[in-house]
Structure formats: C-alpha cells, structure tokens
Ligand binder design. Structure first.
Ligand SMILES: [Zn+2]
Length: 305
C-alpha cells in the first residue's frame, strides 16, 4: 500500500491479505493483536489498487437501521483478523472528554449503535485486565493511543483529539491502570497514532490559549508551531496560524507519566496527507472513520510482514 510516511522509521506493519490494516510493530513484537483500518475493503499489491468504502462507524448522516448491521459485520470481520470477535468487544460513544472507564465483563459484547449503555456514552478511553477483551476506538484524524503492560497483562485504548490531549487523557488511563491493575509505568508500552500531522492541523488561537493556560507557555510552545495562514478572502494573516502537534503533545504526556521514552512508538502516518487511503475528517467531513482495535492478549510473536 503506497502510504506517505513522514520519516523512515519502521513503526507499522501493513497487512493486505484480507481487509487491509496497519499494526504497530512494537505491539506485534509483544504478540498483542492490534490494528488500525483503512478505507479499503480489499487491496491488491500487484495492481496497487483495491475496493474502497469500508464502513466501521455509524455517522450522524447515516440511517442507523441500515448502517448498523453493515458496521457490526465489518467490525466482526476485522476482529476475526486479530483472532477475536465482537462477543469480546467493548466500545464507547466518544465525546472528546478525558474520561476513561474500567471495562467490566458485562461491557463485553456487540453493541447495537445507538443502544450503548449510559456509562459508556461519555468516555474517550478504556482500560482492562480481562484476558482476551477487545477494545475498539474510532477516528478519522484524532489519533488512537494504544497502551500495553506485558507484566500485569493489561491494556488501554484511547481517543485523543485536541480536547482529550489537552486534558492529558493518556495520563488518566495510565493512572487508572496503576491504581486498578497495579501496573508500573516503567513496564508499560505506548503507541501513538495514526492521525493528523502538525502540518495538516491548523487551530484557532483559542486552542493555543487553552494549552498555554493549562500546560504553561513553555509546553504550549513545544506542541504548537506557527505556519503562514490566509483568511477567507485569501489575504495573508499577519503572524500566521497555529498548528498543533498531537503526537508531540501526547508523547510529552506519557513520558511525564513515567513511560520510558524507548517504550513509545509514534506514528509517522497522517490520515489527511493520505486521504486516498484513510478517512480524514479534515479532508472530507463525515465520510466514515477508521477503527483502532487491540486485544488484551500477550502471546508468541505475530507474523511480521
Ligand atoms: Zn498531514
């Protein structure tokens, strides 16, 4: 698959044998089943083309009764690629909060979109130590963050848009994993992304101001950069426009929370730069979203290709 990477690092493995997906090499090496889907239903490496339109999320513009069975079926097909299925799945209705829930056995099972119980309708992260539990997050620019502790055999999966990032949602999940599962951050591994890159992520001044007031000017200076910008009439905006680096911001949060720097893998794939391969909200609003999935299983090394 012809993905544009922002650097040469080996972060992902690409799988195109079935429904195409990316997996983090760091998690594959621990035998943790994980994926991030694409637009593709199938892809042929020889011709460099495939069938697009994989539907994994019910969008606001969809008719739920029509979209839900398709979405559930596709999600189950993806789960099976991780040797799981949606009877083990927990998902949430993401609201750009920094709320993280601890998954219980009764949370596991297929969710009919629109019928998710109230305690899972206002959260953007999940943590679990239930063996074989499957966590799913959706996104079409906001990076998912995968957390794994091979010692305590626990995982977390987070949706980190700018609001969740501002609220340091990965640190909330890490703290919960410490408190509830006895995890030690020095044993934990974190994978950030895929999602929108800094070049593609223009923000209003109020977002910079929010970070500057909550994180301090120095930290805000590290995660924002000014780029030339133009107004609606094409006139140059004096001083430019802020762009936010969600990867750097979440990297700062997780290392501050005690995750060793060499236990963090950072995506070099931008959903908007690769809009032909991934759904991107900023590039084309409301088409659909990718699924990020992760299974709480630490096994022998997965096949790597
Ligand atoms: Zn980009």
């Amino acid at each position: 698959m012809k993905i544009r990477y922002s650097d040469e690092k080996k972060i992902f493995n690409i799988h195109t044998d079935n429904i195409p997906y990316l997996s983090f090499d760091m998690l594959d090496k621990m035998g943790v089943p994980n994926l991030y889907s694409t637009r593709y239903i199938s892809y042929d490496e020889e011709s460099g083309d495939g069938i697009k339109g994989l539907k994994l999320a019910v969008m606001k513009t969809d008719n739920i009764a029509e979209a839900a069975p398709v979405v559930i079926n596709n999600r189950n097909e993806l789960a099976r690629l991780l040797r799981s299925d949606i009877r083990h799945e927990c998902s949430i209705v993401q609201k750009h909060t920094n709320n993280v829930i601890v998954v219980t056995p009764s949370d596991l099972g297929p969710d009919w979109p629109g019928k998710i119980p109230p305690h899972r309708r206002n959260a953007d992260g999940m943590v679990t130590d239930i063996p074989d539990a499957l966590l799913t997050i959706y996104g079409g620019d906001c990076p998912p963050i995968y957390i794994a502790d091979p010692v305590r055999k626990a995982i977390g999966l987070i949706h980190a848009g700018w609001r969740g990032t501002l609220g340091q949602i990965p640190a909330v999940a890490i703290r919960l994993m410490k408190e509830r599962f006895g995890c030690d951050p020095s044993d934990m591994f974190v994978c950030i992304g895929p999602g929108i890159c800094r070049e593609c992520y223009e923000m209003g001044d109020e977002v910079y101001d929010a970070f500057a007031s909550e994180w301090g000017e120095d930290a805000a200076g590290r995660v924002f950069r000014k780029y030339p910008g133009t107004d609606e009439d094409g006139r140059e905006i004096k001083g430019g426009r802020y762009h936010l680096d969600l990867r750097e911001a979440n990297y700062m949060t997780v290392t501050k929370a005690g995750i060793p720097a060499d236990h963090v893998a950072i995506s070099n794939v931008c959903t908007k730069c690769n809009v032909n391969i991934f759904y991107s909200f900023r590039a084309r609003r409301m088409e659909n979203e990718q699924a990020a999935m992760m299974v709480n299983r630490f096994g022998p090394i997965n096949s790597m290709h």
